[in-house]
Unconditional design. Structure first.
Length: 80
C-alpha cells in the first residue's frame, strides 16, 4: 500500500494551477523584437539523414553565414 503525501484535494489544486499557468503561457501574446535580418535555418534531424546529407546541411548553414548578401544585410542594419 502506498501513501501519498499530497492528498487528492491538494494534488488536484496543484494540477489545476499547473494547467492554468500552461494555458496562460500558450495564449499570451508574443512580442517581437526588432532585428536587421530574419534568417531561418532548418535542418533534418531524423534518423533517415545519413552522414553525407548531414554534412551537406552543415555546409549549407556555413555558406549562409559566409554569404556576402547575409553579411551585408547584418552590417547595414541599424542593429548590426
Amino acid at each position: 500500500m502506498t501513501v501519498s503525501i499530497l492528498g487528492p484535494p491538494i494534488r488536484n489544486r496543484c494540477i489545476g494551477a499547473a494547467a492554468a499557468l500552461l494555458v496562460a503561457h500558450i495564449f499570451s501574446p508574443a512580442f517581437a523584437e526588432p532585428v536587421d535580418l530574419e534568417l531561418v535555418i532548418a535542418t533534418d534531424v531524423s534518423r533517415s539523414v545519413n552522414t553525407e546529407e548531414a554534412m551537406l546541411q552543415r555546409d549549407g548553414v556555413a555558406q549562409a553565414f559566409r554569404s556576402a548578401e547575409i553579411i551585408e544585410a547584418i552590417e547595414r542594419g541599424a542593429l548590426g
